[in-house]
Write a protein that binds this ligand. Structure first.
Ligand SMILES: Cc1ncc(COP(=O)(O)O)c(C=O)c1O
Length: 494
């Protein structure tokens, strides 16, 4: 018998790690994970490093010889962990949180080991059917009617891109078959509408789908940063009069800057009258709808054609997991289905579903597994209680700010994100942006908490966003203490 070429090349026996080595290393990894989570508060949320300082820590080329796993894990501890932004730190109050919860991490570990690719039912029966189960569990828990089906994607950006691609098909553009270039009936352009405060992912979807950034019309907002539906109606009418083709409107429940809530019912009226696809972006705030008594901001979202909610934002699921719900799966399929022979199924019973036909990618992760574990481990009541806790904490922070005459709230707080600035008497408007940027930077440099900012009505605005599972009252209290301390120091010319 000819010698095994791998063995001849010096690769002993099994090509992967042998089971005993794998088991020992895996136990070590679990200890690293548990130690990290237990001690995460000991790290500065954002490390004291400057851009470009890390590359030099690593060899310029990959090693030719195998490196022992023990050495790799030691390097992980020394080089990787200290140079991370610690999203899992309870003082992480920037952007919108992404929590790698215990159940979510366990789910990720098992997902990696099973290595499923639920692109076809046949390539992962359980990946496919469990996705249907979890999507429907979440639909019910969010209080949405049975007509909604859906899928799990990587991010809200992808979910929204899929929704807008489906909107093109629903409008009869046959864009997936014919493209958009050189079509006289579209010569004056197509239009997608979203508020001035809507997320950049909508604009990116327009760029990616060949509609162009010019196809996105930003609709004016009121002084609460909510879309003005009358302005939407006017824009649509003007576009029709000018020969442009209105396709879709995106309403946001929980905008990125201030978490404002567009008036979805009024927008749905316009969308229905104008036959526009209505996509609701509830990427951040969606999980609040798990609490039936707090569904007022969601009124009308059941009339949407599609809705995005991100479990990887406020549902304690490690990146990535975005839930795209839609009443029109057929239009998603029209936008993305291709069946080359090598993907055709020869099952006699029609498969439940081949999810790749509803999205741009072929290969996909088994995201349903971590959600199935997480939802069961916390229970819907556990998830509700945690979200309610975050809302209560945000209300408390809002009260502290409102009670201090040197500070100013800059937007309503419909959910768990508070927008504010330092505004002591006697400091002119022209100085406030710089002063607030300096205060936030000084607070972040302490490493104890991490805040981010936005601009509202042209003003530099500090955002304190609660959504990390590990954040407790003492962490937001410390953030407030540091803000006041640094503001007093810098405001006094410090
Ligand atoms: C309202 C809203 N929509 C969409 C997104 C994009 O989310 P993702 O990073 O999952 O694409 C964000 C991100 O913060 C967001 O706040």
């Amino acid at each position: 018998m000819a010698p095994d070429p791998l063995i001849a090349a010096g690769v002993p026996g099994l090509v992967d790690l042998d089971p005993a080595t794998f088991r020992a290393a895996a136990h070590q990894v679990v200890d690293l994970i548990a130690d990290y989570l237990e001690g995460v508060e000991g790290y500065p949320v954002f490390p004291a490093i400057e851009p470009g300082s890390l590359r030099a820590l690593f060899p310029a080329a990959a090693p030719d010889a195998p490196v022992p796993l023990g050495e790799i894990l030691a390097d992980y501890q020394a080089l990787i962990v200290p140079n991370a932004t610690h999203w899992q730190h309870p003082g992480f109050l920037a952007y919108f949180a992404t929590t790698a919860s215990g159940p979510g991490i366990l789910g990720e570990m098992l997902t990696a080991a099973l290595g499923q690719n639920p692109m076809l039912w046949r390539t992962s029966p359980i990946g496919t059917e469990l996705e249907g189960v979890v999507v429907d569990w979440l639909r019910q828990a969010l209080g949405l009617p049975e007509g909604f089906d859906g899928l799990l994607t990587d991010t809200a950006s992808t979910s929204t891109l899929i929704a807008i691609a489906a909107a093109r098909e629903a409008a009869g553009l046959k864009a997936s078959a014919e493209g958009l270039a050189g079509r006289p009936e579209l010569a004056d352009g197509v239009r997608v509408y979203a508020s001035a405060e809507a997320h950049s992912s909508i604009e990116k979807a327009c760029m990616t789908l060949g509609l162009g950034r010019a196809s996105l019309t930003r609709i004016a907002v009121n002084d609460r940063y909510e879309m003005d539906p009358a302005a939407l109606a006017r824009e649509v009418a003007a576009d029709r009069a000018a020969g442009r083709v209105p396709l879709a409107v995106v309403a946001t429940i929980g905008t990125t800057s201030s978490t404002s809530v567009d008036p979805v019912t009024a927008i749905a009226e316009i969308a229905e009258a104008e036959r526009l696809w209505l996509h609701v972006d509830a990427a951040y705030a969606g999980p609040v709808a798990l609490l039936p008594e707090l569904r007022a901001p969601f009124a009308g979202w059941e009339r949407a054609d599609s809705i995005v909610v991100n479990p990887h934002k406020w549902l304690f699921t490690p990146l990535d997991a975005s839930l795209l719900l839609t009443r029109r799966m057929d239009q998603l399929r029209a936008a993305f289905s291709l069946q080359p022979e090598y993907l055709r199924t020869i099952d006699r019973v029609r498969p439940v579903r081949d999810y790749n036909e509803y999205q741009p990618q072929l290969g996909r992760r088994f995201r349903a597994l971590k959600l199935w574990i997480l939802i069961r481990a916390f229970g819907l009541d556990g998830l509700r209680a945690r979200i309610a806790g975050h809302l209560a904490l945000a209300a408390e922070v809002r009260e502290w700010i409102a009670a201090d005459p040197d500070w100013e709230l800059l937007a309503p707080t419909p959910f768990s994100t508070v927008c504010f600035r330092y505004h002591p008497a006697g400091v002119s408007e022209s100085m406030l942006d710089e002063l607030n940027a300096a205060v936030m930077d000084a607070v972040n440099r302490t490493g104890e908490v991490f805040l981010s900012h936005t601009r509202l009505a042209g003003r530099f605005t500090i955002r304190l966003a609660i959504g990390n599972l590990r954040t407790e009252e003492r962490h937001v209290a410390r953030a407030w203490e540091l803000l006041r301390r640094e503001a007093a120091r810098l405001g006094a010319g410090g």
